[in-house]
Design a protein around this ligand. Structure first.
Ligand code: 5AD
Length: 356
């Protein structure tokens, strides 16, 4: 490991902030195993007094695969005519939460493509029903860009948290990953609206997406430092055969782990999942993610029959430790690395800027 990289790693661990060019320097060196080990051990050290070895779990319910967007990387893009679409009825969604509750889940993440069929009214009714049945649970929505008024109504209906990955903090890079109809400014505005309305907000990005450079990653890291999201979801880009990026290589395990550690060091309190995409590219991805500084796992609670149809990318893991009904398997794999699942809503600890 070069001395400059070592110096930046310890500066980040002490000050939780770096300059843009310093993030770029680190991002360009994540191929160095010694640097990654150093970042991971610093990340575990800052996480320890806050979260210990506890892992929060969230049950992920993918309730609609319809999407009006046409993101170039995503298998659910509107122009993928071969994608088999499905929608879950409100009763099916509620049945998933019932099953999840008995498995110990106290947070439900409702995720879908941008599907206009789920009006504010329909979504609010679903959320109220879940909160009515389980007032001790948190509900997280991840249904893309909506108007501020829509976010306000959903918050009023009881939604606690919202996940909306920014995908890239570099507007020029954003334009290469999305059709012209999508706007980086609008995406950012949504994140600030959500923050303003009192949600715990999650942003995030793909690692190794086409055209991503260390400079673009540096912007992602600087954005996380500035925005201080309550949650941050990152995972490797994985190609989907029916998209324009079918022939692009996946993001790597190593780069993803290095970035997880850096994000933990920037924001010690952040809720950081070891994502399904990470578990998809490596059988130990989940556990290695925890060792790099992650503290959240989001197993799939969708009905088994629809899981393979929510195909964001090829080979998406949805069995074994990724399946909510296999909680015991997940517990066992995490325990083998010294972690234990916490039965709790798993709210962010500490005062983040959003709550201050
Ligand atoms: N590889 C990895 N992640 C992907 N996503 C969409 N397509 C892919 C892909 N091919 C991620 C995006 C999106 C989230 C729901 O899934 O970051 O925000």
């Amino acid at each position: 490991m070069d001395t400059r990289a070592a110096e930046l790693a310890s500066k980040l661990a002490e000050e939780h902030a770096l300059a843009l060019f310093e993030y770029g320097y680190l991002a360009a060196r994540l191929g160095d195993a010694e640097l990654r080990d150093e970042l991971a051990s610093l990340a575990r050290a800052v996480r320890e007094p806050i979260y210990g070895h506890g892992v929060f779990i969230r049950g992920l319910i993918e309730f609609s695969s319809f999407c009006t967007n046409d993101c170039l990387y995503c298998g659910l893009r509107a122009s993928n005519a071969a994608c088999e679409r499905y929608r879950l009825e409100p009763e099916q969604i509620l049945a998933c939460t019932e099953q999840g509750y008995s498995l110990g889940f106290r947070t439900f993440v409702l995720q879908s493509g941008e599907d206009p069929q789920y009006s504010d009214e329909r979504l609010c009714a679903i959320v109220s029903a879940i909160k009515g049945a389980h007032p001790d649970c948190a509900v997280t929505l991840s249904v893309g860009e909506r108007t501020r008024e829509s976010y306000r109504l959903l918050r009023e209906a009881g939604v606690d948290r919202y996940l909306l990955r920014h995908e890239t903090a570099d507007p020029a890079h954003y334009a290469r990953l999305h059709p012209a109809s999508m706007s980086w400014d609008r995406r950012m505005r949504c994140l600030y609206d959500l923050r303003d309305l009192g949600y715990a907000v999650g942003c995030g990005f793909m690692v190794g997406s086409p055209y991503q450079t260390p400079a673009a990653l540096a912007r992602d890291l600087a954005f996380i430092q500035e925005f201080r999201p309550e949650m941050c979801g990152i995972g490797p880009f994985v190609p989907h055969h029916a998209t324009p990026f079918a022939d692009r290589p996946s993001g790597t395990l190593e780069q993803t782990l290095g970035l997880l550690s850096i994000i933990r060091l920037i924001h010690p309190f952040v809720l950081l999942p070891a994502t399904t995409a990470l578990a998809t590219i490596d059988p130990c991805g989940r556990e290695l993610g925890m060792e790099a500084g992650a503290n959240v796992a989001m197993p799939n609670l969708s009905p088994a029959g629809v899981r393979t149809r929510y195909a964001l990318y090829d080979g998406k893991a949805c069995t074994g430790d990724e399946a909510a009904e296999c909680r015991r398997d997940l517990d066992r794999s995490l325990e083998s690395f010294g972690y234990r699942v916490v039965i709790d809503r798993g709210d962010p600890r500490g005062v983040t800027r959003g709550q201050a």
